[in-house]
Write a protein of this length. Structure first.
Length: 195
C-alpha cells in the first residue's frame, strides 16, 4: 500500500510539482515538503519547482493563520474574561518578540510545532502586516530552501547509489562462478590428471 501511494505521489510530482508541493506545504508543512523533495530527487524532478510550490503553500498558510489571529472574532475571544489572565503574558512575549524579531522568525521555523503558535501570537498582538510579510517571507524561504535542497539531494544520492550498485548482483554471481570453476578445475586436475 505504501509503495502504491509512493508511486502515485511520484507520478503527481512528475506532472505538477508546484501544485503538489503547494498543497503539501499548505496542509502539512515543512516535514511533508522534505518527504516530497526526497521522492522528487529520486525521480529527477527539478528542485526549483518544488521550492516554488513549497514557498507559496507555506507562505499562504502563514498569512491565513496571521489574518485569523488578527480578526475581530479572535480579538473578542481574547478580550473575554476567560483570557484576562493571559493578557499580561501575551504582552511580555510580544515585547520580547519585537526586540529580535528577524531572528525569532527564522529560529521558530526550525522548531517543529512552534511555527503556527508564533504566528498566532504575533497576530494576537497585532504585529504590523508589512513587517510580518517581509520577515515571514524571508523565514519561509530559508526553511523551505533548506528542506527542499536537503531532501532532494538525499533522493538523488540514494538513486545514484542504487544505480552504482545495480550490477552488483551480476558481478557477485560472476565472481562466485569463477571461484566455483577454479575449484572444480583444480579438483578435476588433482583427481584425474595427477594420478
Amino acid at each position: 500500500m505504501i509503495g502504491t501511494l509512493t508511486s502515485h505521489l511520484v507520478e503527481w510530482l512528475l506532472v505538477a510539482p508546484v501544485l503538489v508541493c503547494f498543497a503539501g506545504s499548505f496542509i502539512g508543512g515543512t516535514v511533508v515538503v522534505l518527504v516530497f523533495a526526497t521522492l522528487a530527487g529520486t525521480a529527477d524532478v527539478p528542485w526549483w519547482w518544488l521550492l516554488a510550490g513549497a514557498f507559496l503553500g507555506n507562505f499562504t498558510s502563514d498569512i491565513g493563520w496571521f489574518a485569523l489571529a488578527r480578526s475581530r472574532v479572535a480579538d473578542r475571544i481574547r478580550n473575554s474574561a476567560r483570557f484576562a489572565a493571559q493578557r499580561k503574558r501575551t504582552q511580555r512575549l510580544s515585547e520580547k518578540a519585537r526586540k529580535r524579531d528577524w531572528l525569532l522568525f527564522i529560529a521558530i521555523k526550525f522548531a517543529y510545532g512552534l511555527r503556527i503558535a508564533q504566528i498566532l501570537l504575533l497576530g494576537a498582538v497585532h504585529y504590523p502586516w508589512p513587517r510580518f510579510l517581509k520577515l515571514d517571507g524571508f523565514a519561509v524561504l530559508v526553511i523551505n530552501t533548506t528542506a527542499v535542497l536537503s531532501g532532494w539531494m538525499v533522493g538523488r544520492g540514494v538513486t545514484r547509489y542504487m544505480d552504482w550498485f545495480e550490477n552488483t548482483g551480476r558481478l557477485i554471481s560472476a565472481i562466485a562462478l569463477l571461484i566455483a570453476v577454479y575449484f572444480a578445475g583444480r579438483w578435476a586436475i588433482n583427481r584425474y590428471m595427477l594420478k
